[in-house]
Design a protein around this ligand. Structure first.
Ligand code: ADP
Length: 767
């Protein structure tokens, strides 16, 4: 089907071609190629231009632009070079191909050779023979040039004015006799005129035979034949020197103004009070590819995108009705068919009595900016989506001005009204009361050291919900050198909640294990003690019976009494074994850094501490000597002390719940770890019992923590002690010998069984 179409296309008697809306060559048939001697590829590379007669090229270009701008079919006569070198006259017929929405998708054209027909009509080169006669009869300088600008003829007044012969003048370029300041204006006007086919007019100075410059109005106009074809240009020099000196013609300033208007890099225009277009600057006309006349006829909506016509017209009506300046955006079609976005701004010009006499407008190409804005909007949307999905917001905080900028997601996390101003006070309002000190610390640190931050903090929402957020920020210098923190904040509540659930499960398990082992211990104690006890009772009863017999069986009674004693010893052995359960354990001897051991315990108890709203402070000695012992057992002691302290402060609501863990050297040979709390403390009479097994003042307590801790510390050749504080709360501490450098201490510490079992030794007083 396609091949068939191409065959038909090639077989057409005329030259057939198509182009895209912006003018790129699409298809070209065989006959066209045969005529011009150009290949399709050459034609596509713009070589077709070389086949057009140079004099006809401007006409073709102008005709084409007019047609593209109007979107309507049309025809033109143009001379095209035959492959044998001769130019022949062709009739170009062009029409647009539109899609259902009326948009031009293609132009198609047919060229037919009308050279013979024109010759037959005898219309070639109308009036040419009479042209010299005509121009010679004009009493002021006149020049005739070919459509491409070469001098063909000059009349006598021209030769007289310049004081040169025809040949001399033909050899000179026009600019040689023109005032240097006026040359660019003339050249621009003439090339524009050649391109558009419209007349031109400029004020310029030309040098007379005597070397003086006089002002002229240089007006050029095309001379066309019967079919409208330009075959030459007439250039008239009308002397306005006297008028200029009188001030009747535009001054240099006025001409400058007009060139400014035409050179400003924007489309400038003016409109009458009824809204109709009055003036369009050269940029405007060049952009839309129309003549001033066409633009004036078609008015302000010329070349507007069909979708924007309604809105722009409505806006224009509104601006005119309100009599105030206005601005809007709309798309304008360029001469090549491409639409670009423009910003339209309009201002009224009022007369002395305040009435509007004109509107001045300017349209600025904002297409590139709009595209950049769109791209920016898209990437911002991506970023916002990413922030929403990862529950991460970003912020900046200027240290000098305290101006804080939140991303959309941060507003959501903090539950702030979007767009409202964010201040340090508003942020502090949202921080959990127990973490407010942390925030103050971080703020102070930012201002003093400018260090990077990476921490977790809790927020307390107005509804009572607690959020955990992880903050990472980095200090930087803004564009003007101001100090700034840029950071990200992630809502990690979900993660924390699951961690806490896990933590709660873990401690519940530990509690169960404790209860179970205690239950098993009780059962085994009961079982082991029951057996010898029932033996004791049975033997004692037998013994009684033997003694009560008549005669008493003294031998038997002695035997059973011995058995009673044996069973009594067995029961006592059981008790000894139970006691040794606390002391005889396989221990591992290793070097332990109490700082590290304590840090691990703190990490384990994080969620318990947080739940109990405990503010934990640590004071770890930097160069703490190691101790030797069983790391796990020592950690069990620290854990017991820390949990006891936590429980002690949990009953306090009228003051901060503070717990402090400190490590230090104790008298040179010992290392001390202290746990101090601001909790309920203890009474002196309790002090003596606290270390006893099963002593507890808590409804759910088991009273074994301190006693086990005591035995562990003693096994490490140390002492565990307690004291009430001067203020509220209690302090528990233990000291154990520092490790010997040769490791001898370690062997002694662990291999020796605990000498005093679990007997309590406690002191009171300040550590
Ligand atoms: P329990 O877990 O049953 O409390 P412990 O042996 O750990 O067993 O403690 C025994 C008792 O010592 C506690 O019931 C409490 O009365 C007292 N005690 C322990 N630590 C503290 C402390 N930090 N402040 C006040 N009293 C404490």
């Amino acid at each position: 089907m396609e091949n068939e179409l191409i065959r038909i296309f090639d077989a057409l008697t005329g030259f057939a071609w198509t182009t895209l809306p912006e003018g790129c060559v699409g298809l070209i048939n065989k006959r066209w190629c045969e005529y011009t001697g150009l290949s399709i590829e050459e034609a596509k590379r713009q070589a077709w231009r070389s086949a057009v007669h140079p004099d006809d090229f401007p006409t073709l270009l102008q005709g084409w632009r007019t047609m593209v701008a109007s979107g309507k079919p049309g025809e033109l006569e143009v001379r095209m070079r035959h492959c044998d070198g001769d130019y022949r006259r062709l009739l170009f017929r062009m029409s647009p191909l539109m899609d259902p929405s009326g948009r031009v998708v293609k132009w198609r054209g047919i060229n037919s050779d009308i050279e013979e027909r024109r010759r037959a009509e005898g219309t070639a080169r109308l009036g040419e023979p009479n042209l010299s006669v005509i121009i010679d009869s004009i009493p002021f300088p006149v020049a005739v040039t070919t459509p491409s600008g070469e001098v063909r003829d000059l009349n006598q007044p021209t030769l007289d004015y310049f004081g040169k012969s025809l040949d001399e003048l033909k050899g000179l370029k026009v600019c040689n006799l023109t005032h240097p300041e006026d040359r660019p204006g003339i050249l621009a006007a003439q090339s524009k005129a050649r391109e558009t086919g419209f007349a031109y007019s400029v004020q310029s100075r030309h040098r007379r035979y005597d070397g003086t410059y006089r002002w002229f109005n240089l007006a050029g106009m095309p001379v066309r034949d019967a079919r409208g074809y330009i075959f030459c240009w007439l250039h008239l020099l009308i002397d306005i020197d006297d008028r200029t000196r009188r001030g009747d013609v535009p001054s240099t300033a006025e001409r400058d103004l007009s060139s400014i208007i035409n050179t400003i890099p924007a489309l400038a225009w003016s409109a009458r009070t009824d809204g109709s277009g009055e003036f369009f600057n050269q940029h405007y006309l060049d952009y839309v590819g129309l003549s001033a006349k066409q633009a004036n006829e078609w008015g302000l909506t010329v070349a507007l995108h069909p979708d924007d016509v309604h809105d722009l017209t409505a806006w224009w009506q509104l601006v005119m009705a309100s009599q105030t300046p206005g601005e809007t955006e709309a798309r304008l079609r360029r001469f090549d068919g491409e639409y670009r976005w423009f910003l339209f701004r309009v201002n009224p010009l009022r007369n002395a009595s305040g009435n509007i006499i004109k509107w001045y407008g300017i349209s600025i190409d904002i297409d590139d900016r709009k595209r950049a804005e769109e791209n920016l909007r898209l990437s911002e949307a991506f970023l916002a989506e990413g922030q929403r999905t990862s529950l991460t917001g970003s912020f900046s905080w200027s240290l000098d001005t305290d101006v804080i900028v939140f991303s959309e997601e941060l507003y959501r996390i903090f539950e702030f009204e979007p767009g409202t101003a964010v201040t340090l006070e508003r942020i502090a309002d949202r921080i959990h009361p127990d973490d407010i000190l942390l925030l103050s610390d971080k703020k102070a640190d930012a201002r003093s050291t400018g260090a990077d931050h990476d921490y977790e903090i809790r927020l307390l929402m107005p509804g009572g919900a607690v959020k955990y957020v992880h903050v990472v920020s980095h200090s930087t210098r803004g564009r003007c050198g101001q100090r700034e923190y840029i950071g990200a904040l992630q809502d990690v509540t979900q993660r924390r909640v699951s961690e806490e659930t896990l933590g709660a499960l873990r401690s519940e398990l530990a509690r169960m294990a404790k209860v179970n082992s205690l239950g098993a211990l009780t059962a085994s104690i009961a079982h082991e003690v029951n057996q010898p006890l029932s033996g004791v009772i049975t033997n004692a009863s037998t013994c009684l019976r033997m003694l009560a017999a008549d005669p008493p069986n003294v031998q038997g009674a002695l035997e059973t009494a011995r058995r009673t004693i044996r069973d009594g010893h067995r029961a006592s052995d059981v008790i000894t074994r139970v006691r040794s359960l606390f002391s005889k354990k396989d221990s591992i001897a290793e070097r332990v850094n109490l700082n590290e051991a304590a840090k691990e315990v703190i990490a384990l108890t994080q969620s318990t501490l947080k739940n109990s709203r405990v503010m934990l402070r640590t004071e770890f000695s930097d160069d703490l000597p190691p101790v030797t012992g069983d790391r796990v057992q020592l950690q069990q002691v620290i854990l017991n002390l820390l949990l006891n302290a936590t429980e002690a402060v949990s009953g306090v609501d009228d003051r901060p719940r503070q717990v402090m863990i400190r490590t230090e050297e104790d008298g040179g040979d010992f290392v001390r770890l202290t746990v101090r709390d601001s909790g309920v403390g203890f009474r002196p009479e309790v002090a003596n019992k606290m270390f006893e097994t099963f002593f507890t003042t808590k409804s759910s307590g088991m009273g074994i923590g301190l006693s086990i801790s005591q035995s562990i510390v003693e096994r490490h050749h140390g002492r565990l002690q307690a004291a009430t504080n001067e203020g509220p709360g209690a302090t528990f501490w233990f000291s154990i010998p520092r490790a010997c450098s040769n490791g001898a201490e370690s062997n002694r510490a662990v291999a020796t069984a605990m000498p005093h079992g679990i007997d309590a030794t406690s002191t009171t007083g300040n550590p």
